[in-house]
Design a protein around this ligand. Structure first.
Ligand SMILES: [Zn+2]
Length: 104
């Protein structure tokens, strides 16, 4: 049993990859050393979760003007984890303006 191209062992180990690698770390089988999958940077995961949460909050915020609402809608369609630095910047600003400080 087990997913395609993965060994049947259950023990895994995380191996950090050298700086400059495309990926942050990889998950390997602790028994045979087979590569299982790449792992994202923890702070990127946190950022994505926070973005998704704040984006949902912004969608419900009452004070947005039409342009801001369109911007929020476009981010929803794009996916909150694929923001460009410029979009992230604008997004952060909207959160500060429209969201409760505890949420922003
Ligand atoms: Zn294995």
């Amino acid at each position: 049993m087990g997913a395609l191209s993965q060994c049947a062992h259950t023990q895994t180990t995380t191996e950090l990859l050298p700086q400059g690698s495309t990926h942050y770390a990889q998950l390997r089988c602790a028994t045979c050393g087979e590569h299982l999958r790449f792992l994202p940077k923890p702070e990127n995961v946190e950022r994505r979760k926070l973005n998704a949460y704040r984006l949902a909050k912004l969608q419900m915020a009452p004070g947005l003007n039409q342009w801001e609402r369109q911007f929020v809608d476009s981010l929803v369609k794009l996916g909150s984890n694929r923001l460009s630095p410029k979009q992230q910047d604008m997004f952060d600003r909207l959160c500060l303006t429209h969201l409760d400080r505890r949420a922003a």
